[in-house]
Structures are given as structure tokens and as C-alpha cells.
Ligand binder design. Structure first.
Ligand SMILES: Cc1cc2nc3c(=O)[nH]c(=O)nc-3n(C[C@H](O)[C@H](O)[C@H](O)COP(=O)(O)OP(=O)(O)OC[C@H]3O[C@@H](n4cnc5c(N)ncnc54)[C@H](O)[C@@H]3O)c2cc1C
Length: 435
């Protein structure tokens, strides 16, 4: 049976407490004088430490099992209770984390719309996450990764966790297949490049997607025929209310097209702290997309193609089609490609025989939102501060100084126009914060 984390232990004859956060992560609470705790993080990256965690889990040696209530009672004996900690909650010591007040969000999001967060904490460990969850629990909470899939409509009046849990660790390797766990705060593209350098293949088609590893399962990121679910093994997330760490396999994540459990039934309930991937040295290449094939051919790489070459081709195509957020603020595709019933599709195609479409699961049909927006005349449309990109109609851009409200007004005009012209309701792919 799977172990449920966290597990709590104390050391017989000493006041030292342990929180076993996961199979390879322990937080040690050492008493400091009569009032304070010193908190250390231990990551079991080598065998002796892994063995130590295993023994702690099995209560071998001097370790005693504690219930969460017993652990809370011990913690209360020696602590500096911060003023913002609600009574009855575990009072985490001040040195675990700190809130930055009135943090600027413009530079932390790729749209660059100006907004502030009332409180912001950089979280680097599971313990930091738990501290932030338990501190000021009455305030709304949001997790920010790379900020490449959010539009801030107004200031965030609550707590924001800036996810920075890092680390890449190989867990299993049978000579071909590899299982690797990656911290949620690692850069997605950085991780893809690292995996290719190591010869751990399978993520090459997803190169150059901005953002963090932790956000990748949120909307099951995808590009050029591959989605994160295709290489996903499991993830670990901390529950926002209880602080419990749980493991999710692919089935539990309920992945769909730019969708998952974390955007649907369990929206805003979890903080994803790490994601594990199953990759393979002999992973089959996915080059069926015409653009990839042509790019490989232009470079003379169409024979004996390597995974790295596919990534290079993908990066070249993306750079030629999509605006660089460093230069022009944007969040990639603003809208999802609409998936409609066969009957609805027949009505659209009767009026617009050239509509770009693809088969979708369960007899449905996926329409190209970019084509609808382009045909409706919006490509390159410009307003004072924002507009529609001139090479990719799916991408809304901030020409400088746009507010979330201005970008959203443009998005709404596009949605209404496409509905009026094609009878198709577009839905935003980008997360609307504070709408
Ligand atoms: C130029 C450009 C191109 C893009 N191309 C693609 C593409 O090809 N395919 C694609 O699928 N996407 C694409 N995107 C969208 C975006 O890069 C992805 O959705 C990415 O996964 C977002 O990651 P992030 O860390 O920036 O998330 P953020 O924008 O920081 O957050 C997105 C959402 O996830 C939540 N969240 C973030 N991290 C966590 C966490 N650790 N735990 C719980 N919740 C969390 C946030 O609260 C928010 O609701 C593109 C974006 C840009 C700017």
C-alpha cells in the first residue's frame, strides 16, 4: 500500500522532531533553547540518506511514530507564534518563510500587465509551502510559476506563492527507460534541454514552451503532436487546506486537451511541488507535423534524425511564428481550439466549407481557433496598448502599458465576433486572475 505523507516522528530521549515529507525528503526540527526551533531540510539524493529515511519511516532505532495531533502538541511547546497565525493552526517558526508586501507582478508574468500582490512568498521546499499555507489562512491563495499563462485583471489581494522548488533526480534507469523527478519551480525549457543532454528522450517536441515544470500538468501542455501526459509518470502536490502531500498518477490527473483535474474538479485545491517523467533513450520520434518535416528537410536532417535535431527544428519554428515575450508581452495562445459536436460542425462547414478542422475524441471535431479569428479579420488588429499578433491570430499582445482589463475587452470583442460570424463560442486558454 502506498505511504501517505507527511509522516511524523520524534526521537526518543530528545526533543528532535521529524516530518517525513516524501520518500526522499525529511524536515528535521531541532530545539534551540526553550522557545525556538531550528528547521533543516534533508533530501535523500544518495543511498545512505535514502536508507536513513526508510528507517525513519519504519520507526527503526530511536524513532517513535507520532500522530499529527501529537506532533502539533510537541511543536506548540517551543515556538514563536507569529501574529498572523490563526489559533488552532500549527504555528510555523518565522525563519521558514517571509512575506514580501506589495510585490510587483508585471515583471513576473509574460503578458506584463501591471498588478501587485498584497503578499508574496518565494517557496523553495515543501516546508516553505506548508508555512505559506498556514500563515494568514483567511486570505485567498494563488500559486505563480513562470507567469506565462495568466492575465492579471487587478491587484491580487491575498497570498501568492512564487514556486521555486528545484532539483532534478533520476529515480530509475533500466538502460533504456528512465524515471526522473523534477522540482515544480524548474524552468520547463531548461528541463527539456537538460533531459536531451542526458539522452533522456521524449520531450523534444515540447522545447521552448515558457513556464515552470509544476504548471505543465495543470493544462497538460502540448505542442507538435505531443502532450505532457504522454511522458508523465506521477506528480506530488500539497493540499491547500490540510497540508498533506499526495501522489497523483496520470489517471487521477484526468488529463484532457489543455485540461486536467487541477483546472476542473479540484481547481485551486493543490500546490504541485514535483513532477516525475518516464522517458526513454530509444523514444520514438514524433515528426508527423508538416512544419517539423519541412524544417528537418531544409536543414538536411531528415535522414537519421536525432531527438536533439527535432528540438532544434521545433525551436526554430516557434521562434519564427510566436512573439518572444521578452520583446512583446503575451501568454501564447489566448484561446483554446474549440471542440464541437459533429452536428454543430456540420452547421459550420455548410456555411464555411473551408473551415480548418481536425478529428477529436468521441466523434467530436476540433476547429482551429486561429483560423476563425484570422478569417473574422482580427489578425494584426491593433488598439492603443494591445492587439492581435500579426503572424499568429491566436496570440494577443501587450504593445506596452496594457492593463488586464484592456486585453480582456479585446478578447471579449473577438469572442463575440467569432460567435456572431461562425456560431462558435471561443474559450480562453489563459487563466484569468481576478476577473
Ligand atoms: C510565447 C508562449 C508560447 C506558449 N506556447 C505554449 C504551447 O505551445 N503549448 C502550451 O500548452 N502552452 C503554451 N504556452 C502557455 C504556457 O507556457 C504554459 O501553460 C505553461 O505551462 C505555464 O507555466 P507557468 O509556470 O508560466 O504557469 P503560470 O502562468 O505561472 O500559472 C498558470 C496556472 O497554473 C497555476 N500553477 C502554476 N504553477 C503551479 C503549481 N506548482 N501548483 C499549482 N498550481 C500552479 C497558476 O496558479 C495558474 O492558474 C505558451 C506561452 C507563451 C508565453
Amino acid at each position: 500500500m502506498a505511504t501517505i505523507f507527511p509522516q511524523f516522528r520524534s526521537l526518543e530521549g530528545a526533543d528532535t522532531l521529524y516530518v517525513i515529507e516524501g520518500p526522499r525528503h525529511v524536515t528535521e526540527w531541532q530545539p534551540m533553547g526553550a522557545e525556538k526551533w531550528m528547521v533543516h531540510q534533508h533530501y535523500a539524493s544518495d543511498y545512505p540518506r535514502y536508507q536513513w529515511v526508510t528507517e525513519l519511516l519504519a520507526c527503526e532505532g530511536a524513532a517513535t511514530d507520532l500522530s499529527s495531533e501529537e506532533w502539533e502538541a510537541h511543536v506548540h511547546k517551543r515556538n514563536v507564534v507569529s501574529a498572523s497565525t490563526a489559533p488552532g493552526r500549527v504555528p510555523w517558526p518565522a525563519e521558514v518563510g517571509a512575506w514580501q508586501r506589495s510585490a510587483e507582478l508585471g515583471p513576473l508574468t509574460t503578458f506584463g500587465a501591471e498588478a501587485k500582490s498584497e503578499r508574496m512568498a518565494v517557496v523553495r521546499t515543501d516546508a516553505d509551502v506548508r508555512w505559506a499555507l498556514r500563515s494568514a489562512p483567511d486570505q485567498p491563495l494563488m500559486v505563480l510559476g513562470g507567469g506565462s499563462n495568466v492575465l492579471m485583471h487587478r491587484d491580487w489581494t491575498g497570498r501568492m506563492l512564487h514556486m521555486q522548488v528545484t532539483g532534478v533526480q533520476k529515480l530509475a534507469d533500466d538502460g533504456d527507460e528512465i524515471e526522473v523527478v523534477v522540482g515544480a519551480g524548474e524552468s520547463w525549457h531548461g528541463w527539456v534541454m537538460r533531459s536531451l543532454d542526458e539522452g533522456w528522450n521524449g520531450l523534444e517536441n515540447l522545447a521552448l514552451i515558457p513556464g515552470s515544470v509544476g504548471a505543465s500538468p495543470m493544462q497538460n501542455i502540448g505542442a507538435y503532436g505531443v502532450e505532457v501526459k504522454d511522458r508523465f509518470a506521477w506528480l506530488e502536490a500539497i493540499h491547500r487546506e490540510t497540508g498533506a502531500l499526495e501522489r497523483f498518477d496520470a489517471e487521477r490527473c484526468a488529463f484532457g486537451y489543455r485540461d486536467s483535474l487541477f483546472k476542473q474538479a479540484e481547481r485551486e485545491q493543490w500546490v504541485i511541488v514535483r513532477v516525475a517523467f518516464r522517458l526513454a533513450r530509444t523514444s520514438p520520434l514524433q515528426t508527423k507535423y508538416g512544419a517539423i518535416q519541412s524544417e528537418l528537410a531544409v536543414r538536411g536532417w531528415d535522414q537519421g534524425t536525432t531527438h536533439r535535431q527535432v528540438a532544434e527544428a521545433v525551436m526554430h519554428i516557434r521562434r519564427s511564428k510566436l512573439p518572444d515575450p521578452e520583446v512583446l508581452g503575451n501568454a501564447g495562445s489566448f484561446f483554446k481550439n474549440p471542440v464541437i459536436s459533429q452536428a454543430a460542425f456540420e452547421a459550420v462547414v455548410a456555411a464555411h466549407p473551408d473551415v480548418v478542422h481536425y478529428p477529436a475524441p468521441n466523434g467530436q471535431v476540433k476547429l482551429a481557433a486561429g483560423w476563425l479569428i484570422d478569417q473574422a479579420g482580427w489578425k494584426g488588429h491593433r488598439r492603443a496598448t494591445c492587439g492581435v499578433h500579426d503572424r499568429q491570430a491566436l496570440v494577443l499582445v501587450n504593445h506596452g502599458g496594457a492593463t488586464g482589463a484592456e486585453i480582456w475587452a479585446l478578447a471579449q470583442d473577438i469572442m463575440q465576433d467569432v460567435l456572431a460570424k461562425y456560431g462558435v463560442q471561443l474559450e480562453p486558454e489563459v487563466n484569468q486572475i481576478g476577473l
